[in-house]
Write a protein that binds this ligand. Structure first.
Ligand code: SF4
Length: 340
């Protein structure tokens, strides 16, 4: 059986169920690298360009691990655009070339071009081209892709209930996962899924917040309408798909009284994040905001300290608001207007 390798990084977190179903239905065996660990990071850093952002470096590590499993093909899609009038970060466009240049001893690469910026005709042709590697039966190819999209819908529904992509993939693969229900704080937690939902890259940021008594609201728990409506309040349309989702979700959450604060995880060296993080911070309507920038040198202890301090601050702020005799801005610090 032909073995297709899908690295467990970058857009794995958004589309793995689609591509796995597609290849399996065409009769291939799909293998993927293990979830990111310290060795993956070290291997990636050793070969990737210094200028690359952290998740791209980690992706290089995934490809090397996957290559050791001996796949017949590596699936490295060239993502340009996944929706009309919007684009994915330019680093994704050149990714297959960067990988071929840095890692010469790889099996044949399936570098399907995904460009839906104008329409989906190009993607249909690419699906057919890739499907022809496995079969000449055109009906089977389109059925496999349709089935892939159905599985993608199921996976997205899981994420809408509050699971991160890593958790949703585990559930989709048949494992059991439960969400914590007891929490006294509710936080909006944002960032690119391939960093935020990767437990090693994010140093388990979501898991730590849940352990600290926070219910976490993610971009995927907001509806498309809520995101687009909030993002439309910006003077200019954000044409990066992930950037717009993050800004839209953040602005929507910022107007939600139930949300105590916002946390944004950015990667050092990320061009879009350098702007998107600022946008969110400046327009978050006074909502407490914690911006965290990580790279391969960031330590987990420092991250924990910042998360704990943020949660403590939110709890103190709530207590002060409740008691009303110690307002946070110094007014009536010795009693209210109506008492001595
Ligand atoms: S959006 Fe940022 S983090 Fe994502 S690939 Fe591009 S530079 Fe890297």
């Amino acid at each position: 059986m032909t073995r297709v390798g899908i690295p467990a990084g970058l857009f794995y977190h958004y589309y793995y169920p689609l591509w796995k179903t597609f290849f399996v239905d065409l009769g291939a065996e799909v293998i993927s690298s293990s979830l990111t660990n310290r060795q993956t990071v070290e291997k990636g850093i050793a070969v990737a360009l210094d200028e690359a952002c952290f998740p791209i470096k980690v992706y290089f590590g995934h490809i090397q691990e996957l290559n050791e499993l001996g796949p017949d093909y590596l699936f490295l899609p060239r993502l340009v655009s996944v929706e009309a009038r919007s684009y994915i970060c330019p680093k994704f466009m050149g990714l297959p070339d960067m990988i071929k240049a840095s890692l010469p001893d790889l099996p044949p690469i399936i570098d399907m071009v995904v460009d839906m910026s104008i329409n989906s005709k190009g993607l249909e042709q690419e699906i057919k081209r890739v499907g022809n590697i496995f079969t000449t039966n055109e009906k089977a190819i389109s059925q496999a892709f349709r089935h892939g999209r159905e599985e993608l819908c199921k996976y997205r529904q899981l994420m809408q209930t509050g699971f991160s992509s890593s958790e949703a993939i585990e559930i989709w693969e048949g494992q059991e996962r439960l969400l914590t229900t007891s929490a006294d704080l509710q936080l909006g937690v944002l960032g690119h899924g391939y960093s935020l939902y990767d437990r090693c890259i994010s140093m388990n940021l979501i898991g730590h917040l849940r352990e600290m008594g926070c219910r976490v609201k993610l971009v995927e728990t907001c509806s498309q309408d809520e995101i687009e409506k909030a993002a439309a309040s910006l003077p200019k349309r954000v044409f990066w798909t992930l950037g717009r989702k993050n800004v839209g979700a953040a602005l929507h959450m910022a107007s939600d009284d139930e949300i105590d604060g916002l946390v944004y995880l950015a990667c050092f060296g990320c061009g879009p994040d350098s702007m998107i993080k600022e946008f969110i911070e400046r327009r978050s309507n006074g909502k407490p905001f914690l911006g965290i920038t990580i790279d391969e040198h960031t330590g987990e202890a420092g991250l924990l300290t910042r998360l704990e301090a943020f949660c403590d601050m939110l709890r103190r702020r709530r207590k002060i608001d409740f008691e009303s005799n110690l307002p946070p801005y110094g007014q009536y610090a010795c009693g209210s207007e109506n008492s001595l």
